[in-house]
Design a protein around this ligand. Sequence first.
Ligand code: PGA
Length: 269
Amino acid sequence: MRVIVEKNGQEVSRRAAKFFDELVRNKPNCVLGLATGSTPLGVYQEMIRMHREENLDFSLVTTFNLDEYVGLEPTHPQSYRYFMQTNLFDHINVDPWKTHVPDGMVADFESACRAYEHHIVDAGGIDLQLLGIGSDGHIAFNEPGSSLGSRTRLKTLASETVRDNARFFQNEEEVPRLAVTVGVGTILEARRCILLAIGEAKADAIRATVEGPVTAQITASALQLHREVIVIVDEGAASKLARREYYDEVEKSMLLMEAKKRLPGATRR
Ligand code: PGA
């Protein structure tokens, strides 16, 4: 895992958005894995800015979101489809037909979940997956105890998640208890993952993810098995990392290597 510590949330978002910018420019028909929640909001704002001011072109991009609440219409203000429309899709030139968010209103979830997995494969697989992390260590809605090989399916939300997400609803009772979510196994198949965390409330989850054992109790820890994960956190979320100094050293070397690659005449090996 490459661990990048930035000084605040804004820098976390900027850094993450750069990876997307690079990918979309190098591979205009790439497939992006997108996430909802407070954490990725800054990344989406940055993407919108890049689209408007720097001509970042999303016209050939395909997107797949991680999850959706069961029982909320796509037009419900708390649905994740609505979140994506209002916070990103409506402000960039992505083709609406190429954006995918699991449907929380279907009659047959089993076949809809299977179809979602097939769509990802048919699109060529996810090139870059954006992830937030729950305070219980979940990625997407893969709550503690989820199989690390899990695929898209229905999942019951943990009480911690219901409490965390109640801030978006009138009260805790209104938070749906069920969600459709891609599995940990689905996420691990993305070519590259970027996990973001902002704020001290995520410090325990980040420590467990980066430095703890791989365990289904912290589903984000499964990312340790992935070949290319970039963890971008602010000082708060990094505050419980024991090997912080080492990550900073590695980052310095990475930046040096990247700068060398950009020198005129540098060849790729
Ligand atoms: P948050 O949620 O970004 O709103 O903190 C993250 C998550 O639950 O995955």
